[in-house]
Design a protein around this ligand. Sequence first.
Ligand code: PMP
Length: 398
Amino acid sequence: MPLQFADRLNNVETSAIRELFKLLGKPGIISFAGGFPDSAMFDVDGIRAASNAALDEEPGAALQYGATEGYQPLREQLAAFMASKGAQDIAPENLIVTTGSQQALDLLGKTLISPGDKVIVEGPTFLATIQCFRLYGAELISAPIDGDGVQTDVLEQLIAEHQPKFVYLIPTFGNPSGALLPLERRKKVLELAVKYNTLVVEDDPYGDLYFGEAPPPSLLALSAQVPGSRELLVHCGSLSKVLSPGLRVGWMIAPPELLAKATMCKQFSDAHTSTFAQATAAQYLKAGRMPATLARVRAVYAERAQAMGDALRKELGDAIAFVQPQGGLFVWARLTGAGGKVADGNVFAKRAIEKGVAFVPGAPFFCSQPDNATLRLSFATADADKIREGVARLARAL
Ligand code: PMP
């Protein structure tokens, strides 16, 4: 007899992207497909020193069960980290440590979404968010973006029309969009939260990865200036992109009532995030290594982003349109079809693999009305020479 699965699994399917990833094992392929940071950039010495310190100083706490809310010294370090990024008024008690920010998204699904509830997300948005919220039965509504992120005038219409349970945004160097939401739009989002009494979730794993000047303050930091907005704001952070995704350390800042419910759900899910990983992360932050690490990864990704942008402009010219990213890991591009060239990202992705270069077509990142001409190109894991060679292959594929 076939296994009988829960009805909620009918809401999701394994992504088309997974099929593509199977082809990546081909020898010699240059991949712009992953969403990973570059493992060559991990501060192995720093993390080794931090894990040694964790075992030397508090072996019991680092290896024992711990509080669901998180390891207190890490909560303190994370509150200080948020303060260094402009959110000065976050107490350790205002955040819980999560097993990656992915778990924060899952906890939001668990605590907020009943089947049929409406949630507004950007079109395009992070694929795992789409899948996670759908698993809880959310009806997702797509708010369009432009080169500056979500279009706040359209967002207002959608909020007014649908009265969503919440709005989920990646305002800083979005995945996959790479877009940076300007200050005025950030303020507008917070004003909309207050005007329509709508919860807003700010997912921010990329905010530290800026290339030039610092981006505008996070929604969280700005909410101190917009009366009433802090009570309607959730902020998800992560060490994955700047330090190590394998540590699985993320955090969620939310209004106390929501944080309490999320903590309860987390208790039944993984009891707590690995105490060893948390103690290691706490020691790493305490040792003051983060600023140097951030400077190093920003410089490397900045060079790669520039190399990719320059190569795309040179090799593909007007066959492709994109905004040069100011941070993050991704170039979000659109095939224009200029010169009668292929303008379907799915078709192009297959041809590109035949030519030895991989990327992810953009369509799966839309919860509705996919734009099939879009592509996501990661510049994170190949060095500048590889990037130039990969883009040359893209041009040949086109
Ligand atoms: N949100 C976004 C927008 C992401 O791109 C990712 C990772 N790709 C995550 C959340 C999850 O990251 P982690 O669980 O490693 O913190």
